[in-house]
Design a binder for this molecule. Structure first.
Ligand code: PLP
Length: 384
């Protein structure tokens, strides 16, 4: 079955009485039918709300099915998905190797929280591949990747890292929010754990915070399920419902914003005000080969260098835009812009950039209108 068809069918088995969708089931207490079953619920009968009911079960099954996973943990945010994945893979005395481009707050968790529990972190190239082997010693327990990096858009050599790590018994984790687990299948490449902010494309409407970790290998699945249970990780049924609803239109929304994003990237490429474009689907991108190997299509998130002298001019450019909101996150129906420099942290070397690095999240508007908006904002800064 093609993705479009699968997305209309996944996770629906839990609806009753002919309802098309799994219902929102809210509960903490679930009464046992008899005293005998209080401590011995039969397999499959939920005994307490924290384990998740029809809505969460439907979403978990859908994400496992879509990504080819054995177990899916739902989390209250994308950040928590990354945190849970790491915690399931490490113990005191260990080291995490992390691609330098990982999401900033995950970097903060590794450097501040995880260190307190005796786990070290070492940042490696955002474009790491076979070179990762040189960084693996007896203490390395997990390798954390993000492809593409959500600000600077590097893609790691996923196949090389997965195969080297597997030979050495090291768990691989990827934040694959850009592909939404749809246009790239990390578990099929051999990555153990795929963490995603469902907040972005799966939610798709800027109205839900949610995350998921899907495990491929048996060992990773067991450790993920254990850690999820021990930490009391829980996602609300209302949020799970919104994510399931978002899944139904995920492919068409991604195709639309991906195609508009590419059109806008090409237009920006022709502008004198713009330097380098960071979009992996452009042949000029340094990791375009990797993109072509593993991704079946683009997302609508990319960055570009605005050739201006100072931040104040970049801010005037942003303020002149009418259709692009100024705000964090991405994957919603509405287009957004940020400038990136204040959140760029790199410690494993970086090519750097010129001008001010801007990131666009392209939504579902007509690309011609977005281009006209950008064009007008260029005129505004030229006039000053
Ligand atoms: C790549 C990436 N991963 C994870 C997250 C965190 O997701 P959430 O905001 O749901 O915690 C973000 C949020 O911007 C992100 O861009």
């Amino acid at each position: 079955m093609k993705n479009a068809t699968r997305l209309t069918r996944l996770g629906r088995a839990h609806g009753e009485r002919g309802l098309v969708n799994a219902p929102v089931e809210r509960a903490s207490t679930i009464l046992a039918p008899s005293a005998a079953e209080l401590y011995s619920a039969p397999p499959g009968r939920p005994h307490y709300g924290r384990v998740g009911l029809a809505t969460q079960t439907g979403l978990r099954e859908a994400l496992c099915d879509l990504q080819g996973g054995r177990h899916c943990a739902l989390t209250s945010s994308g950040l928590q998905a990354n945190v849970l994945a790491v915690l399931s893979a490490v113990e005191a005395g260990g080291t995490v190797l992390a691609a330098d481009c990982i999401y900033g707050p995950v970097r903060g968790f590794l450097l501040q929280t995880l260190k307190r529990f005796g786990v070290e972190v070492k940042f490696i190239s955002s474009r790491t591949g076979a070179d990762v082997e040189a960084h693996i010693d007896d203490t390395v327990q997990a390798i954390l990747l993000e492809s593409p990096g959500s600000l600077t858009m590097e893609i790691q050599d996923l196949e090389a890292v997965a195969s080297i790590a597997r030979k050495q018994g090291v768990t691989t984790i990827i934040d694959d929010t850009w592909s939404a687990g749809l246009t790239m299948k990390p578990l099929e490449i051999g990555i153990d754990l795929a963490a995603q902010a469902l907040t972005k494309y799966v939610g798709g409407h800027s109205d839900v915070m949610l995350g998921a970790v899907v495990a491929g290998s048996e060992r990773a699945a067991r450790r993920l399920a254990d850690t999820e249970r021990m930490l009391g990780i829980f996602a609300s049924p209302d949020d799970a419902f919104l994510a399931l609803r978002g899944l139904r239109t995920l492919e068409m929304r991604m195709q639309k914003s991906g195609a508009s994003g590419l059109q806008i990237a090409h237009w920006l490429d022709s502008r004198d005000e713009v330097g380098k474009i960071y979009h992996p689907a452009l042949p000029s991108h340094r990791d375009h080969d990797r993109y072509q190997r593993w991704f079946s299509g683009p997302a609508g998130l990319f960055s570009f260098e605005l050739r201006v002298e100072d931040l104040a001019t970049a801010e005037r450019f942003m303020d002149a835009l009418e259709l692009f909101g100024i705000g964090y996150s991405w994957g919603g129906y509405e287009s957004l812009i940020i400038h990136c420099d204040p959140q760029l942290r790199r410690s494993a070397g970086d090519e750097g950039h010129t001008g001010i690095l801007m990131r666009l999240a392209i939504g579902l508007e007509a690309p011609e209108d977005l281009i006209a908006d950008l064009d007008r904002a260029f005129e505004v800064i030229a006039a000053n």
